[in-house]
Design a protein around this ligand. Structure first.
Ligand code: ZN
Ligand code: ZN
Length: 456
């Protein structure tokens, strides 16, 4: 690679190769789920402190952040490494007890963040840059384990299920002007050392649906029961029958799982519990589809005399990568990667990330770097080229940051000037997402024999 800026940061990062690759392996081999990333937080905190950083540990939950200043005034850039794994118990490297596995490659994000931290402490790395950095090891990007998240919410430990949303709520990103992170990607359709960018992806609402029936002997007296499991399966069928009403271009997705469907086989199940996400391209679309989904879940319960509790929680805001940051991405990527190995997708992705929430109050960019193989969130996902997924990723990020903060941070200032926030203030943003909170007993049986659905 002939580019001088790339070569400068490549040389700096490669001095810390061992530190980066050891972190990748340690975290991969110790996968932990959101808000439980204790070992990962401790490991990274120790390494950051050895590099001379003073950390602000998140109070009562996992993760931390730390600042590093160039000594010259300018914008503050927030850089993320996500700490959490997903649940994929059949993954060969899954944690035997929890089923956690790094099938989304967040371990590489953390290793790259550590590499960036080490690089920024290397003499000469900050030369010519203005402004400052906040490096943030952030928990709980994956939206899962609804019961656990609700438990810690009820205890007042968190208010929101997503790590970045919670950190925003706590004010941990106050004073930051621009956010940036690189996600790991599989090399199925690209080669290693590739860079992938896209315009945006979905947002979502997180749902817990509890069907309640009446238990009775399943052989001797099923007529005395109300089968909550059947009610739940009717709910799934009703939602499936809605799919043809979903509009092309709105990117609606609904995908429930059942987490319990009865206690023993010789009793009519009195409870069946599902979790679901409703995703869509905007909060208005998510609300519209979610109302229909809740009506379907409620009507299914009413059809056989069961009840259903619907518990909705704010999920993530749609991802909208900042146009100016994307434009800079198109300029920086060819400084780092083979032009044939850079891809841009203008279409919307179906997944979600809480970087979308960050993007509602500051410009942010979330590209991808290759180095993994297999299916994301699947049991064959492996980091087959950690040098690409971690070391190269750190170099690419530093070249991008250099572009933002060189020349008196001219490009960072341009990004900020061009940006129109979705919400003017943090408070306005939280008021908007708080509209997704909902706890409903959605079927009411009246004494006169009529049934009312109360799902809105
Ligand atoms: Zn993921
Ligand atoms: Zn991910």
């Amino acid at each position: 690679m002939a580019n001088a800026v790339f070569e400068k940061y490549d040389a700096i990062v490669r001095k810390h190769e061992k530190l980066i690759l050891e972190a990748e392996r340690y975290i991969f081999n110790n996968p932990e789920l959101g808000f439980k990333e204790y070992k990962t937080t401790a490991y990274l905190a120790e390494k950051f402190r050895e590099l001379g950083y003073e950390l602000t540990m998140a109070e009562g939950i996992t993760g931390f952040y730390t600042d590093i200043d160039t000594g010259r005034p300018g914008p503050k850039v927030l850089i993320f490494g996500e700490l959490d794994a997903i649940i994929c118990a059949e993954h060969p490297f899954a944690d035997k007890e929890t089923g956690a596995a790094h099938s989304c490659g967040h371990n590489c994000q953390c290793a790259a963040l550590l590499g960036i931290a080490a690089a920024l402490k290397t003499p000469g790395a900050l030369d010519g840059l203005s402004g400052s950095f906040r490096l943030c090891a952030v928990p709980a990007e994956e939206l899962l384990e609804t019961d656990f998240r609700e438990e810690i919410r009820q205890k007042g430990i968190v208010k929101y299920y997503g790590g970045k949303v919670e950190y925003m709520w706590r004010g941990y990103f106050d004073g930051c002007d621009i956010a940036f992170m690189v996600h790991t990607m599989n090399s199925n359709t690209m080669n290693d050392y590739g860079i992938y960018m896209k315009k945006g992806s979905n947002g979502c609402v997180n749902k817990s649906i509890k069907y309640k029936g009446v238990s009775a002997h399943a052989g001797a007296a099923p007529n005395r029961g109300v089968n909550a499991f059947y009610a739940a399966t009717l709910g799934v069928q009703a939602v499936n029958a809605l799919r043809e009403t979903m509009v092309d271009g709105e990117y609606a997705r609904v995908h429930p799982i059942m987490t319990s469907g009865g206690q023993m086989v010789n009793a009519i199940p009195s409870e069946a519990v599902m979790e679901a996400h409703v995703r869509g391209a905007s909060n208005a679309i998510i609300k519209k589809v979610n109302d229909k989904v809740n009506r379907a879940f409620a009507a299914a319960a009413a059809s056989i005399g069961a009840k259903v509790e619907i518990h909705d929680r704010p999920g993530y805001s749609p991802v909208e990568n900042d146009d100016t940051m994307l434009e800079i991405g198109h300029r920086v990527a060819p400084m780092c990667a083979d032009p044939d190995n850079i891809k841009y997708n203008p279409a919307r992705g179906g997944g979600c990330s809480d970087i979308g929430d960050v993007q509602t109050i500051m410009p942010a960019f979330h590209p991808y770097v290759t180095g993994a193989t297999g299916r994301s969130h699947g049991n064959d996902y492996m980091i087959t080229n950690p040098d690409s997924a971690c070391v190269f990723s750190a170099v690419f990020q530093l070249v991008y940051l250099h572009e933002l903060l060189k020349d008196d941070a001219a490009e960072a200032k341009r990004v900020i000037a061009n940006y129109t926030p979705v919400y003017k203030t943090r408070e306005e943003y939280f008021n908007a997402i708080d509209e997704f909170f909902k706890d409903k007993e959605a079927v009411i049986y009246n004494e006169n024999g009529t049934v009312k659905l109360d799902y809105k």
